[in-house]
Design a protein around this ligand. Structure first.
Ligand code: FAD
Length: 404
């Protein structure tokens, strides 16, 4: 038995290894990562790690987990090529790994900035612990920071570095923050509070070029000609899935490695999960590729079920969180396509939830500092229960009673 090889030891890969053992898989499990770290939690990197010189990475599992569960973890190993027909992998620098099943958990990487000056020193992006260490070191020596992109990661970093005393400017091309990830009312609430905390936010503005001095970034020049002096530019303009291995092996790709409801790619012994995978979502009927811890770990659990001979279909409720300064944002469901909504709580209190509907069907909830609403929402959507807008308006107690 060659067993299962998992490529990538992020949130998806590590959960897949754990779930295989929990489901009783007793063949070899080899987990390879091109990073040289004990696998770690990514979300704290932008929220706390970069502002605290003493912060330690948070391991996904302790070292004892890998030895205790007979998981052959191999850090610093990059897979170069898949031979799908021969069921084997080529390791960068030499060596071959054979598999019965392969799980591609290769994640995504930051989208590159297509701009003059993007390759100057001091222009960074945040994906890995190594990136976070660079940002932490450079920001400790920088007065001004310019962040390109007003998405979750850009705004988390903005709030974190502002709290650490930096002068922070966020530059976003479109005329609002957080893309279409949240409702406009949530985006403008976030903007107001960040501005009140002293973050400068330029929407409807792009960066025309970056200027350097001796190979190091010295300023960002906006489309309107403003010169923003800075020794540090952080690029947070989205992520692209790591599909090249799969693509070269001839697997179907569609904004990610295309998988079915059991996480199988177009080659059934090869599965794909997490940020790298795209699929038809059971909840909306639309094709999605989600970038969240929930998506990575729930798909990992399902991939293990598939390999151990079950035929469950993916049906997890999508949820996500982001901490931006004093705002805990939590999202459950997928709210695209909503046509009406109900608000609970108060915006000025910095505590509210927005229940999004398409007609009478609850699509999802966006909460700011109302974790109870979020947890109840996960229960309701998980149970396929859609309360009427009138029931929502009765508040959490009315909702709990209706769900019971
Ligand atoms: P990853 O965690 O990216 O892991 C993929 C791994 O595969 C990487 O280590 C990569 O180097 C490795 N790899 C790729 N190709 C190869 C190869 N050929 N050979 C060997 N190894 C390879 N989500 C939330 O839900 N809430 C949050 O608050 C949140 N905050 C975030 C903050 C930051 C700074 C970042 C970067 C992400 C955040 N996310 C958050 C998103 C979440 O971390 C991702 O959705 C999740 O990490 C996806 O897991 P994954 O295993 O698919 O990919």
């Amino acid at each position: 038995k060659n067993g299962v090889v998992i490529v990538g030891a992020g949130h998806a890969g590590v959960q897949a290894a754990a779930s295989l053992r929990e489901d009783g898989y007793d063949g070899p499990v080899i987990l390879v990562s091109d990073e040289n770290e004990l696998p770690y939690h990514k979300p704290p990197l932008s929220k706390t790690f970069i502002k605290d010189a003493e912060a330690k990475p948070q391991p996904l599992r302790g070292e004892a987990f890998y030895t205790g569960s007979a998981i052959d973890y191999r850090p610093g190993v990059r897979i170069e090529r898949i031979d799908a027909g021969g069921r084997s992998l080529e390791i960068s620098g030499g060596g071959v790994l054979a598999f019965d099943h392969l799980i591609l958990a290769t994640g995504s990487r930051p989208r590159l900035l297509p701009l003059p000056g993007a390759d100057l020193a001091g222009v960074l992006s945040l994906r890995s612990l190594a990136d976070a260490r660079l940002i932490r070191d450079l920001s400790a020596r920088s007065e001004d920071v310019v962040i390109l992109g007003g998405g979750f990661i850009g705004l988390e970093i903005a709030a974190t570095l502002r709290a650490a005393g930096r002068t922070v400017t966020v530059v976003e091309t479109v005329d609002r923050l957080l893309g279409r990830a949240v409702a406009p009312v949530v985006a403008s609430h976030v903007r107001q509070r960040l501005e009140a905390a002293g973050v400068r936010i330029l929407t409807g503005t792009s960066i025309a070029r970056l200027e350097g001095e001796n190979g190091h970034v010295a300023a960002a020049i906006t489309s309107s000609g403003e010169r923003l002096p800075t020794r540090m530019v952080i690029v947070g303009i989205g992520a692209v899935p790591n599909v090249e291995l799969a693509q070269d092996a001839g697997l179907a790709i569609a904004n990610g490695i295309r998988v079915d409801h059991q996480m199988r790619s177009s080659v059934p012994e090869i599965l794909a999960i997490g940020d790298a995978a795209s699929y038809r979502h059971w909840f909306t009927g639309g094709d999605v590729r989600l970038e969240s811890v929930q998506n990575a770990t729930d798909q990992a659990r399902l991939a293990a079920r598939t390999i151990t001979g079950h035929a469950d279909a993916y049906s997890a409720v999508p949820w996500f969180w982001s901490d931006i300064g004093d705002m805990k944002l939590q999202m459950v469901g997928l709210t695209a396509g909503g046509d009406n909504h109900v608000v609970l709580g108060d915006l000025p209190d910095n505590k509210f939830s927005i229940y999004h509907y398409a007609g009478n069907r609850l699509l999802g909830i966006e909460s700011v500092n109302r974790p109870g609403d979020h947890m109840l929402g996960r229960k309701m959507l998980g149970a396929g229960f859609s309360p009427t807008p009138e029931t929502v308006a009765t508040g959490p107690d009315g909702l709990k009673a209706a769900l019971a």
